[in-house]
Design a protein around this ligand. Structure first.
Ligand SMILES: C[S@@+](CC[C@H](N)C(=O)[O-])C[C@H]1O[C@@H](n2cnc3c(N)ncnc32)[C@H](O)[C@@H]1O
Length: 317
C-alpha cells in the first residue's frame, strides 16, 4: 500500500518535531506514521480465561508478549480492519488499546483497595483497565466533560459488564473543589493536540493542528492538573498523560504547576520498565525547566508505541 509523503503534514509541525525528537527518533516516528503498531488487551471477561495468544495464532496473527504486562499482546504494524473484524474483538473479549495507553495506567501503580479518579475519562478504555487493577476493591470515579462521550463510555463499560464506576459529566477543573483529598490515585489523561496519533492516511487527525491551539490547550491542561492535585490524599499520586509531543503541553505544564505550588507536590520517577523512553526535556525555546522534570517520560516511537508523555506527581501534605 502506498502512503502520502510525510511532507503533507504542516511544515511548522514537522520543523518542531525534528527539534523535539532529534534525528534517530524522528526517523522511527516517520516510519511508524504510515502504519502504527497495534496491541490487543484481554478485557478480563472470565468466560475466555487467558487464551488470547492461542486464539490470535489460530486466526493467523503472530502475537508478541508485553514484558511488563501479561494481559496484552503486540500484533505489529498491521491493518486495523483485520483486528476489528475478529470475533473476540467484536464481542469485547479482546480490546484494541495502544501500548502507550496501557503503559499510562500501569504507571499509576493502582493497587486493590485504592480509591481512584479518572479526570478526563471518555471513551473509557483506561477506566476499564484501572477498574481491573482495583480487583473489585476501592472507589472509581470517571469524569468527562462531553455528554456524548460520557454516553460512549457508559456503553463501553456496560459491554464489559463493569457496573460499579461512578460516572460524572462536567469540567474536570471543578472536580478538585468537590473531591478535595479523596483519592489515592488520579489519572489526568488530558485533552491534547494529539500529535502522537497523526496518521498519514487520515488528514482529519492533523487538520486542526496549530501553535495557537497548543497554547490554548496548555492553559486548560494546567488547570486540569491543578484540580487533579487537589483531589489527592497526602502521599497520593497523579499520573499526567498526553498523546502529544509538544513541550508546551507536557514538560511546561508540569513545570508551571510545580512552580505555582498551589498544592504541595513533588515529581517522582515513572516506575515502569519501558524500552525506548527518553527523560523529560530540560527546556524549550526560551524556557528552562526545573531539574526534576527529567523524571517525566517521553515515549518515543520504534518500540511498538505511539509518542506519548507521562509524569507522576506525588502529594506531599
Ligand atoms: C485523551 S482523551 C481521554 C481518553 C480516555 N482516558 C481513554 O483512555 O479512553 C481526553 C478527554 O478529555 C475530555 N475533556 C476535554 N476537556 C475536558 C475538561 N475540561 N474536563 C474533563 N474532560 C475534558 C475530552 O472530551 C476527552 O474525552
Amino acid at each position: 500500500m502506498s502512503h502520502p509523503p510525510v511532507t503533507v503534514l504542516p511544515e511548522a509541525f514537522l520543523a518542531r518535531t525534528h527539534r523535539i525528537l532529534g534525528q534517530v527518533d524522528v526517523a522511527a516516528w516517520e516510519a511508524s506514521l504510515a502504519c502504527p503498531s497495534l496491541t490487543v488487551r484481554w478485557t478480563g471477561k472470565p468466560d475466555r480465561a487467558r487464551l488470547g495468544p492461542e486464539y490470535l495464532e489460530s486466526e493467523g496473527f503472530t502475537p508478541q508478549p508485553v514484558p511488563w504486562f501479561d494481559e496484552a499482546w503486540k500484533l505489529g504494524a498491521i491493518s486495523r480492519r483485520l483486528v476489528t473484524a475478529l470475533d473476540w474483538v467484536r464481542e469485547q473479549t479482546l480490546m484494541l488499546q495502544s501500548l502507550s495507553s496501557i503503559a499510562a495506567v500501569m504507571a499509576m501503580g493502582v493497587e486493590p483497595g485504592h480509591d481512584v479518579l479518572d479526570l478526563c475519562a471518555a471513551p473509557g478504555a483506561k477506566t476499564s483497565l484501572i477498574h481491573r487493577r482495583q480487583q473489585g476493591r476501592g472507589i472509581l470515579v470517571a469524569n468527562e466533560l462531553s455528554r456524548a462521550r460520557t454516553r460512549r463510555m457508559d456503553s463501553l463499560l456496560r459491554r464489559l459488564r463493569i457496573k460499579d464506576v461512578d460516572i460524572r459529566t462536567g469540567p474536570g477543573e471543578a472536580v478538585g473543589g468537590t473531591y478535595e483529598r479523596c483519592f489515592d490515585r488520579v489519572l489526568a489523561d488530558v485533552p491534547c493536540s494529539g500529535e502522537g496519533r497523526f496518521h498519514l492516511s487520515d488528514s482529519a487527525s492533523w487538520s486542526r493542528w496549530s501553535e495557537a491551539a497548543i497554547r490554548g490547550l496548555a492553559k486548560r491542561q494546567a488547570a486540569l492538573l491543578e484540580s487533579a492535585c487537589r483531589t489527592l490524599r497526602p502521599g497520593g499520586r497523579v499520573l499526567y498523560a498526553t498523546c502529544t509531543m509538544a513541550p508546551e503541553e507536557n514538560e511546561q505544564v508540569i513545570d508551571r504547576v510545580l512552580r505555582r505550588g498551589r498544592t504541595p507536590m513533588e515529581l517522582v520517577p515513572v516506575d515502569l520498565p519501558l524500552d525506548g523512553v527518553r527523560p523529560g526535556l530540560s527546556g524549550w525555546e526560551d524556557n528552562e525547566f526545573l531539574p526534576e522534570i527529567k523524571h517525566a517520560v517521553r515515549v518515543v516511537p520504534g518500540t511498538g508505541m505511539t509518542p506519548f508523555f507521562m509524569a507522576s506527581l506525588r502529594r506531599l501534605e
